[in-house]
Design a binder for this molecule. Structure first.
Ligand SMILES: Nc1ncnc2c1ncn2[C@@H]1O[C@H](COP(=O)(O)OP(=O)(O)OP(=O)(O)O)[C@@H](O)[C@H]1O
Length: 308
């Protein structure tokens, strides 16, 4: 990987319209190296359009998108700077997997050995000589990922990379993305489902109708949503609730034999229960999806908590 001296991807005031549709509406964000940044939003939110503008495949009506400090089109040896998976289906069906990659490598001045390396990395080495047209959607997805990895680039973009992958494939790609970020690369990955980024993303850029809704670290999002709530499991909910409320906590029934308690530490709760039997006392954990929904319930934008 080439050393990078500038921040990896910087978008400033990006805007793009198609006829009457404003696909991207003044989007500004930065994708930092060394972490997986999830790019989340419902279908049609403008994610692919943004990625195409970052990659110089579409021109913004306003604003700028820089990769390693430069517009994509002015990068020398762009494949060595940024690898991308946009549309896994965009491969000539008659071309063998290895030839597809070899052609990309040669036209970008990369050693042919890289082809073997990336085919191995994505688990397609044994089918390297098969034609792409015979590949399943998941195999095409892996081939697209191999192409993105070819230039050993410090910046990587993946548009909906889990599409077509089975559970084992999804598990694999999570590990791959985390590994790439762990090597110091900037990994930018889109999804229309928050849950797909659970255990993968460190940071989230959330968009809706072309606009930025949230720019926040996952840790911060989860911490804010979880608050200082703890989960208490006990068969004696009524007594526990009375004791905890008297001790200054807010306790609510969250299910059979389950209370959520806010406002007290675990130690204090244990003390207040004064020997009342309980089977569990743990920090309240929310899913990424839940956390996001809780924070945006009132429709407020959530960009203030940006963590650089
Ligand atoms: N080439 C185009 N011509 C016309 N409209 C387009 C074009 N590309 C995108 N759009 C429109 O721009 C909006 C944003 O589309 P985009 O594909 O960027 O969203 P997305 O967030 O990637 O959605 P998805 O999750 O479905 O891929 C949509 O309303 C789409 O119909």
């Amino acid at each position: 990987m080439e050393p990078v001296t500038t921040t990896s991807i910087e978008c400033q005031g990006l805007r793009r319209r198609y006829g009457r549709t404003v696909a991207v509406d003044g989007l500004s964000f930065t994708v930092e190296p060394g972490r997986v940044t999830g790019f989340v939003g419902p279908n049609g939110a403008g994610k692919s359009t943004t990625m195409r503008m970052i990659l110089g495949l579409d021109a913004p009506d306003a604003g700028t998108a820089l990769v390693c400090g430069q517009p994509y089109r002015s990068l020398r040896a762009p494949l060595r700077r940024v690898g991308a998976l946009l549309d896994a289906g965009a491969i000539h069906p008659g071309r063998r997997a290895c030839d597809h990659l070899l052609w990309m490598a040669q036209s970008n001045g990369l050693p042919p050995k890289r082809v073997d390396d990336v085919l191995e990395a994505v688990g397609l080495a044994s089918v390297a000589r098969r034609r792409a047209g015979s590949f399943s959607l998941g195999m095409k997805q892996r081939l697209g990922i191999a192409a993105a990895l070819l230039g050993d680039a410090p910046v990587l973009l993946f548009d909906e990379p889990v599409n077509g992958l089975d559970p084992e494939g999804i598990h694999w790609i999570r590990g791959l993305l985390r590994g790439l970020a762990g090597q110091g690369r900037a990994v930018f990955v889109s999804s229309h489902l928050m849950s797909e980024l659970e255990d993968t993303a460190d940071h989230l850029i959330v968009v809706a109708r072309g606009r930025l809704v949230a720019d926040i670290s996952v840790a911060d999002l989860l911490a804010r949503a979880s608050g200082d709530r703890v989960v208490l499991r006990t068969a004696r909910t009524a007594e526990a609730m009375a004791a905890l409320t008297a001790g200054g906590a807010t306790a609510a029934l969250a299910g059979p034999e389950t209370l959520t308690v806010t406002g007290l530490t675990g130690e204090r709760i244990t003390a207040l229960l004064a020997g009342l039997p309980f089977s569990e006392l743990t920090a309240y954990r929310v899913s990424l999806e839940q956390a996001y929904l809780e924070l945006t319930r009132d429709g407020a934008e959530y960009t203030a908590a940006r963590v650089a």
